[in-house]
Design a protein around this ligand. Structure first.
Ligand code: ADP
Ligand code: MG
Length: 332
């Protein structure tokens, strides 16, 4: 059982950023307005997500980390109208299999918090009282330590992993309204540094300003393209001649219905159109697609970042039309 569990777990949690992503999404699902991600040695020793969300009720302590335990999906119909990030109950059970998981939590109905420790198969092994405000802290120590190959890979790519994580946290900081996001890293000599700190404003515009600064924001212009009935793109794009001049992927953020996703085809289209008007530059892009449920399938890859669009060609076509108007009028 345990070997199978490890293999399956590996599909949801591919690396540091997918592990932290699951925890951050759980915090958002719990209604948190403050999320702090703490890393020790860039996440190699441990990482922790601290939130001020609703907390976990004692009735769920035992089953919390068991495979397919979720409090978010009651019947199949719910899948159609899903508003939470999580719904498959796989993240915590996967994290148990891949590292050492502990949880500290308190709901508003409790006067004290509880500290919970789980073993690799998701069983609760220790439960003790602790002190904490309402909310949840999930800590994972030694991710991948029981998978030697993955573990080696993890330490070899740690800087890259870390970069990917920061970019992902930036994506949540941009799209989440009213959620403060902080990330700290503590190095071997216990020097703690704040690597990201956002305020959690109420609009995409204000979030862009807190994440990238006013001068970066001033190089952008709003995009608002209607693709078809019930289907649109809103966000901000570099004005002509104001791109970042590099294409590290760290300044292009795509969302579908508020979820961060990878959109390589859209990115390629943007770069192409922008280059046509501006030679060597790459545009900064923060774009949220509003698509009707059913137009895409978030469940398609385990980390929920790759999407299938039922009508990708026409979405890309409409986008090209819309963007050509944005860029042709201002070509250099
Ligand atoms: P899913 O998010 O798909 O439901 P997870 O394995 O990520 O599955 O989490 C299992 C359950 O643990 C969730 O359904 C939720 O009830 C609870 N949970 C996890 N993290 C938090 C959190 N930060 N705050 C409140 N509840 C949480
Ligand atoms: Mg989840």
């Amino acid at each position: 059982r345990s070997a199978v569990h490890k293999i399956c777990a590996g599909q949801v949690i591919l690396d540091l950023s997918s592990a932290v992503k699951e925890l951050v999404e759980n915090s958002l699902d719990a209604g948190a307005t403050s999320i702090e991600v703490a890393l020790k040695d860039y996440g190699q020793e441990w990482f922790q997500v601290v939130d001020n969300g609703c907390g976990i009720s004692p009735a769920n302590f035992k089953v919390l980390a068991l495979k397919h335990h979720t409090s978010k999906l009651n019947d199949f119909l719910d899948l159609q109208s899903l508003t939470t990030f999580g719904f498959r109950g796989e993240a915590l059970s996967s994290l148990c299999a891949l590292g050492n998981l502990s949880v500290e939590t308190r709901t508003k109905n409790e006067t004290v918090a509880t500290h919970l420790t789980y073993d690799h198969s998701g069983l609760l092994t220790e439960e003790k009282k602790s002190a904490r405000q309402v909310g949840t802290t999930v800590t994972v120590k030694k991710l991948f330590s029981n998978l030697p190959v993955r573990s080696k890979e993890f330490s070899r790519n740690i800087r890259k992993e870390y970069g990917k994580l920061i970019s992902l946290l930036n994506a949540y900081a941009l799209i989440s309204k009213g959620v403060r996001i902080v990330c700290t890293n503590t190095t071997g000599r216990n020097v703690k540094s704040v690597v990201l700190k956002t305020q959690g404003r109420d609009s995409l515009r204000d979030n862009i300003i807190t994440v990238f600064g006013v001068s970066a924001f001033n190089c952008l212009e709003p995009v608002n393209i209607c693709i078809s009935e019930g289907c649109k793109v809103e966000g901000f794009l570099s004005k002509s001649g104001q791109g970042s001049g590099r294409n590290l992927g760290d300044r292009q953020f795509f969302f579908v219905n508020g979820r961060p996703v990878d959109m390589p085809k859209v990115s390629k289209l943007l770069n192409e159109l922008y280059k046509g008007a501006n030679s060597k530059q790459y545009p900064i892009a923060i774009m949220n697609f509003t698509l009707p449920t059913g137009a895409c399938d978030v469940n398609v890859t385990p980390d929920k970042r790759k999407l299938f669009f039922s009508d990708e060609t026409s979405i890309l076509y409409a986008l090209r039309e819309g963007l050509q108007q944005v860029y042709s009028s201002t070509s250099v």
